[in-house]
Design a protein around this ligand. Structure first.
Ligand code: XMP
Length: 514
């Protein structure tokens, strides 16, 4: 394992992903973890991330010097670089000479371990106030910038390396190569982390964990639960029962995707619970967004629990495991423990109250989203499931502004299917993060269609681009695509006489309307 020590900000996750792109397994640890504990994990190498602090600030995170003396190769980036410099006796000054953004880097030692084979002049991404003016003893300076005399250094004998910039971001043109040089040349690691061996490892681990007992997995139609289920299915076959709750709030064709395509691809045993009426009854007369979310979440848990009870009754106490599609970022983020404001009560399909006694099987807990997609692909899941864009647990229930009824859902399903069809046809699926289609059910406006006046509802298109859904920008879709979607929706969907485009970023808007 390669450890990425997290000094705050968002860099550590990106670094961990880049290490895995170099086919080396990585894990993130907080900078507050004692060095002895880090070393006890037997890391093949350690990377120190960037972070928002100045090494001179009071309370700035530090590391015990031992980390540089244990014989484990270390690569410091940005804050990690400065920390390495000051800890080992180099000089970092608060010069006031800041560098931010794309910066030309002058490589002074082209044959060095990190820079071998990369251009003497290259563009890198900087973001710092303090600057290193003298490398620690025993280190060779390998690069500089117009502002910073020591922008990279290395001590090959002790296997210590550092760069002032952020090699993990794409703006650093040779960043990945430099990272790989550290891993392969500096630390002597063989790249061997592949989706194939993730599957092998997980299959073995699941078999060991579940033994001859049985497991249940809730399918939501999303990527994570589908891949988790497929992986467990591969490991324990018919000992797994999948449960899919059809709450009637899915988009057109999605339930069939689970019922047919998922089953065809995996051979899993699937129980489909048709709970549409129950959900619609519970939602009748409700238009407040948070109330809707709470009702959907509550009903979901009840229906899922009922299904579990039935399976338990049928199969006996052998059912001891619950499969969940928890991902690595969820683990890292919940380990961070910083409270964030509850902007919307997110309801994760498959969430259960604490008093149910299942042991969890979480085969994706080491993986990033793109790795999950690769595993899904390798397991033979259909493209529509593996490349699916995010879709909220409460489904179309929170994309109807106003009361949720069957008629309104059917109308929204048609409009949404048209938008998705046209976006796919235009090859825009990978470019946009997701495109909620929203029905303003409580709004009517006047229009004219054929020879007559209409008084219909508007449909909102909300295409966004994003990296992680925490922030988002509205996507600049080509006018022709928007025109096609608008014409088709107003022509083909009864009761809709207007299509509008949401041009709000997040913040201040959220991605969903409710
Ligand atoms: P917002 O609207 O908060 O959405 O900007 C951020 C991302 O989360 C999705 N979303 C949900 N996902 N359960 C989910 O599993 C939910 O209750 C939920 N609400 C929003 C949303 O689609 C977007 O990708």
């Amino acid at each position: 394992v390669v450890l990425v020590v997290d000094f705050g900000a968002q860099y550590a996750q990106l670094i961990a992903r880049r290490v895995r792109e170099a086919r080396v397994y990585s894990e993130i640890v907080p900078s507050t973890m004692p060095v002895a504990e880090m070393l006890a994990k037997n890391p093949k190498a350690i990377i120190l991330s960037g972070g928002p602090s100045s090494v001179y600030a009071e309370g700035a995170p530090r590391l015990d010097r031992e980390i540089f003396e244990a014989g484990v190769p270390v690569f410091g980036m940005c804050y990690g670089f400065q920390l390495m410099a000051t800890t080992l006796g180099g000089t970092v000054d608060n010069t006031g000479a800041r560098e931010y953004g794309r910066t030309p880097l002058h490589v002074s030692k082209a044959g060095s371990t990190l820079f071998e084979g990369t251009p003497v002049e290259q563009s890198v991404w900087m973001s710092h106030g303090d600057a290193c003016s003298a490398a620690p003893e025993g280190f060779t300076v390998t690069a500089s910038t117009d502002v910073v005399p020591v922008a990279a250094f290395e001590n090959d004998e002790k296997k210590l390396y550092g760069v002032q910039y952020h090699p993990e971001v794409l703006h650093s043109t040779h960043g990945q190569q430099i990272l790989e040089h550290f891993l392969y040349r500096g630390a002597g690691i063989q790249p061997s982390w592949t989706t194939g061996n993730v599957i092998e490892e997980q299959v073995a681990a699941i078999r060991a964990q579940v033994g001859d007992k049985r497991a249940i997995c809730g399918l939501s139609g999303g990527v994570d639960s589908a891949v988790a289920a497929a992986l467990v299915q591969k490991a324990i076959g018919d000992q797994l029962t999948c449960v899919y709750v059809d709450h009637g709030l899915m988009r057109k064709g999605e339930t069939q995707q689970v019922e047919k395509d998922f089953v065809a691809a995996t051979g899993a045993r699937l129980v489909v619970v048709d709970a549409e009426k129950r959900f619609l009854d519970a939602l009748a007369g409700v238009s407040d967004p948070e109330t809707k979310r709470k009702i959907i979440g509550r009903e979901f848990i009840r229906v899922f629990e009922q299904a579990q009870l039935e399976i338990l009754q049928e199969e006996g106490p052998e059912v001891a495991f619950l499969v969940q599609g928890t991902l690595y970022p969820d683990i890292v983020e919940s380990g961070g423990g910083t409270g964030t404001a509850n902007i919307k009560s997110h309801h994760n399909v498959g969430g259960l109250p604490d008093d149910i006694e299942f042991e969890l099987v979480e085969p994706l807990r080491q993986l990033f989203k793109d790795e999950v997609r690769m595993v899904g692909q390798e397991l033979g899941l259909p493209e529509e499931i593996v490349q699916r864009q995010p879709f909220p647990g409460p489904g179309l229930g929170i994309r109807i502004v106003g009361e949720v009824t069957k008629e309104r859902l059917d109308l929204l399903r048609e409009a949404d299917a048209i938008a998705r069809e046209e976006l796919t046809a235009a090859g825009l699926d990978r470019e946009i993060w997701q495109c909620p289609v929203v029905l303003l059910a409580d709004v009517r406006s006047v229009g004219v269609q054929g020879d007559g006046r209409t008084y219909g509802h508007p449909i909102v298109l909300r295409p966004v681009s994003s990296e992680d859904a925490m922030t988002a920008d509205w996507s600049r879709l080509p006018y022709e695509v928007l025109a096609k979607i608008s014409t088709r929706i107003t022509n083909e969907v009864a009761d809709v006489n207007r299509v509008v485009l949401d041009v709000t970023s997040k913040p201040p808007g959220t991605i969903e309307w409710e």
